[in-house]
Design a protein around this ligand. Structure first.
Ligand code: CUA
Length: 332
């Protein structure tokens, strides 16, 4: 026997859950689009939502009608013809029509968002364990985890992996595309509004999959051009004394074996390029904010912050650690 309260939640539950998910501001949402491609994808989401909601309301209406009416008292024979009509419409014609509309709309959207545009900004992103290697081949810039782009211009991101499969997803700007070893995929999108958009690895890739996050920072074109110019320069030798000592620590210790910093004897390729490290907002693929304390803790033992990270603990004296942190923070 269905009580009235249970019946209420049966009907209203999905709507309440959907509202709670849609209104959450904590995580980026595909229904908060900030570019033409994302708008196109969001429009399909709303179409699916509209059709599903329509079906839901009609089915719930029938259930409600059946419950309110109760069991039929007249023992008349049910008509086979009216039963068959119901099955034809509700079970075959309407579902086929809905699925056809969705199929056509989805295929046309996929072809729209993949269309190449003239003079895009080329960016190459490689999925690592567990961070993002970011390169601008036309501008000779290398960075990690924070992808700067200009608003209004088409962006073309080449996606690769040299290990397992990852998936590049920044829901407010573009669809999701896998990074597959041995296969070069290309994702195209545009950002309309300046802002910082959070991206997430969307394919389970091991222990730190959940902390494989990145940021897309969309700046007005003039701000972006200044970022490019700043990042093309080789960093000047540090003026600060502690930072200068830190540069010596960096090349003397294991750091330079895994990381590259342009202009010094550090050309490692296993870890992120640190040439502009001081200007980044986070450490460990957006695991913690880039602060002096977090940086010192990360160098001493990244395993305590991101267990499974491929960076080994680095044993340094307190003064060497301070100097090294000062040096890395000076790289802007
Ligand atoms: Cu990379 Cu999940």
């Amino acid at each position: 026997m269905i009580t009235s309260r249970r019946f209420f939640w049966l009907i209203a539950g999905p709507l309440v859950a959907l509202t709670a998910v849609g209104c959450s501001k904590k995580s980026p949402s595909i229904v908060d689009p900030h570019g033409p491609e994302a708008h196109r994808i969001a429009s399909i989401w709303w179409l699916m939502f509209g059709l599903a909601a329509g079906v839901y309301v009609i089915v719930a209406g029938f259930i409600l009608f059946a419950v309110v009416r109760g069991r039929r008292t007249d023992e008349g024979k049910p008509s086979r013809i009216s039963d068959n009509t119901f099955i034809w419409w509700g079970g075959i014609i309407v579902p086929v029509a809905i699925l056809t509309v969705l199929a056509v709309e989805t295929v046309s959207a996929v072809s729209d968002v993949r269309k190449p545009e003239a003079s895009p900004v080329h960016i190459e992103v490689t999925g690592k364990r567990w961070w993002w290697d970011v390169r601008y081949p036309d501008d000779n810039i290398a960075t990690a985890n924070e992808i700067h782009i200009p608003t209004g211009r088409p962006i073309e991101v080449g996606l690769d992996s040299d290990n397992v499969i990852h998936s590049f997803w920044v829901p407010q700007l573009a669809g999701k595309l896998d990074m597959i070893p041995g296969q070069h995929n290309v994702l195209r999108f545009k950002a309309e509004t300046p802002g910082t958009y959070r991206g997430q690895c969307a394919e389970y890739c091991g222990l730190e999959h959940a902390r494989m996050v990145f940021l897309v920072i969309a700046d007005p074109p003039d701000v972006y051009d200044r970022w490019v110019a700043r990042n093309q320069r080789t960093p000047a030798p540090p003026e600060d004394e502690a930072a200068a000592r830190g540069e010596v620590v960096f090349t003397r210790e294991a750091c330079a074996g895994c990381h590259t910093i342009r202009g010094i004897q550090a050309t490692g390729i296993y870890g992120p390029d640190l040439t502009n490290f001081g200007s980044r907002t986070s450490i460990g693929a957006v695991t913690v904010p880039n602060t002096t304390g977090n940086l010192a803790g990360w160098i001493a033992n990244s395993q305590s912050i991101k267990p499974g990270s491929l960076m080994p603990p680095i044993a340094l004296s307190a003064s060497d650690l301070n100097d090294l942190v000062a040096y890395l923070e000076s790289l802007k």
